[in-house]
Write a protein that binds this ligand. Structure first.
Ligand SMILES: Cc1cc2nc3c(=O)[nH]c(=O)nc-3n(C[C@H](O)[C@H](O)[C@H](O)COP(=O)(O)OP(=O)(O)OC[C@H]3O[C@@H](n4cnc5c(N)ncnc54)[C@H](O)[C@@H]3O)c2cc1C
Length: 448
């Protein structure tokens, strides 16, 4: 730490802390950002970025394989995947390089970046490593810790293996569990995903979820709902997992078990500070201020976010407000989105949500088969739109398909700006692009 006094202390260098520190530095405040592991946080080092990178590589090999089989004039023989080498490359070359460039961006803006742990002593002093510093304002952005146990790894360790397990069990039929399931199944592992609940991806529209579940089943991923993991016993390197489903008890032997279901906010930063919690997470108001007036919080630790995109916007809002601005965090439209294979997203209201809120809705579906770019990447999938039948407002966009993540931001902007289907249809969308599927789905609404 180069100084003993700062305008702003940011604790945590994940998406929320990174953007918060970036904003306060741009606004000219003397900022210290403390990160005990690596800049980029869970998102860059242990989840979204490694998942997205692996998905990109593996879907490319899948495309090459399809091209070879289709006889288009491109063929590759002896295409092979070494999972251990791949994981190592993603960890050492992709993730580390990005983390270093994020650190450099912060430092170039004048942020002091300290690698160590920060603990708040009171509302103006923190212990940072072995030193004490004074701060005027602080932003807590310490994220979550995923649970582990004997024979059970936190899901954030999916990239840490040195070789491919032949059989994997993942707990949690949510976006994170299913994205890890997709990656391991593409690599060739046998995959089982279990969840004690009865619904898969419960915040997503049912039709796109059904499409994804069929695609995962075709690739051999076994999904078991209403199933509780009763115990995991490690015997000679094999994890014997006892599963209970209703009256049925099954035991399966697997090489790895990942928990993508249970997590808790990381609160050791709070030290002796008496701060209000809500359901165990740091309570914040709409400006992201905590119950201690000069301390703000952003990202997963607030319990208002489970996605990096939410953490990023919260980081921006907290950074702006700490710098004297007046911004509110509203999360009316939060894209639910994940790197399964095929990718899936739900933006805005699902059909069921819209109906239960009293909207009269029109829905339409468009298959990806008539889209030129989807055809070029040998992709399949569908887009479903939910439109308010009275005023034509686009209430929700839901999609599944290879490469469909290219369309999620366009859908998010359309729903956030409360666009009508006419406005979207009248927008000049570049051709040929995958994004045209949104217009084509909305054209189907005109037909209804
Ligand atoms: C398997 C998986 C897949 C995911 N996929 C996606 C996805 O595709 N898209 C998406 O949007 N989101 C995804 N997420 C969620 C995303 O990773 C999180 O929402 C995001 O990382 C939250 O950002 P954050 O800044 O709040 O916290 P984090 O990214 O967790 O960062 C918090 C940082 O604070 C540091 N820290 C904690 N305590 C201290 C302390 N006392 N002192 C110093 N440093 C401290 C930690 O080391 C950590 O680096 C995924 C999550 C998982 C687990």
């Amino acid at each position: 730490v180069s100084s003993r006094e700062y305008d702003v202390l940011v604790v945590g260098g994940g998406p929320a802390g990174y953007y918060a520190g970036l904003i306060t530095a741009v606004k000219g405040l003397k900022t210290l950002l403390v990160e005990e592991e690596r800049i980029g946080g869970t998102c860059l080092n242990k989840s979204c970025v490694p998942l997205a990178t692996l998905l990109k590589y593996l879907s490319t090999t899948d495309l090459i394989d399809k091209l070879s089989r289709e006889g288009v004039g491109i063929s590759v023989s002896n295409l092979s995947i070494d999972a251990g080498k791949l994981f190592n490359y993603v960890r050492s070359s992709v993730v580390n390089t990005l983390s270093e460039s994020m650190r450099k961006t912060l430092e170039d803006l004048g942020v002091d970046v300290f690698n160590g742990k920060a603990v708040l002593v009171n509302d103006s002093t923190a212990k940072v490593g072995d030193s004490y510093i004074k701060f005027k304002k602080a932003i807590i952005a310490t994220g979550l810790k995923w649970g582990s146990g004997s024979g059970v790894r936190p899901c954030t360790e999916f990239i840490d293996l040195n070789e491919l397990p032949s059989k994997v069990l993942i707990i949690g039929c949510n976006p994170f569990g299913l994205s890890i399931a997709s990656i391991y199944s593409m690599l060739g592992s046998e995959v089982i995903v279990v969840d004690e609940g009865s619904e898969v991806l419960k915040d997503f529209d049912k039709e796109v979820v059904n499409y994804l579940m069929l695609a995962l089943a075709e690739r051999g991923v076994e999904v078991m709902t209403d199933t509780v993991v009763n115990s995991v016993v490690v015997k000679q390197g094999v994890r014997e997992v006892r599963l209970v489903r209703g009256n049925e008890v099954l035991t399966v032997g697997v090489d790895e078990v990942f928990n993508a279901s249970v997590c808790n906010p990381r609160l050791d930063v709070l030290g002796g500070l008496n701060i209000k919690l809500r359901d165990g997470y740091v309570w914040v108001d709409a400006s992201l201020r905590t119950s201690v007036g000069n301390i703000y919080a952003a990202g997963d630790v607030t319990g208002l976010s489970t996605y990096a995109h939410t953490a990023i916007v919260q980081g921006v809002v907290a950074g702006v407000n700490v710098s004297g601005g007046n911004m509110s965090f509203t999360y009316r439209v939060s894209p639910r989105y994940t790197f399964t294979y095929p990718e899936i997203f739900s933006v805005g209201l699902t059909e069921d949500e819209a109906r239960s809120l009293g909207y009269e809705v029109l829905t339409a579906r468009q298959s990806l088969t008539s889209n030129a770019l989807a055809k070029a990447s040998m992709s399949s999938g569908m887009v479903k739109v939910v439109v308010d039948s009275r005023y034509g407002g686009v209430l929700g966009v839901h999609a599944v398909g290879y490469g469909i993540s290219e369309v999620v931001n366009e859908a998010s902007i359309a729903v956030t700006l409360e666009s009508t289907s006419d406005t979207v249809i009248n927008t000049l969308l570049a051709h040929p692009t995958l994004g045209e599927v949104l217009r084509d789905a909305l054209l189907q609404v005109l037909k209804v």
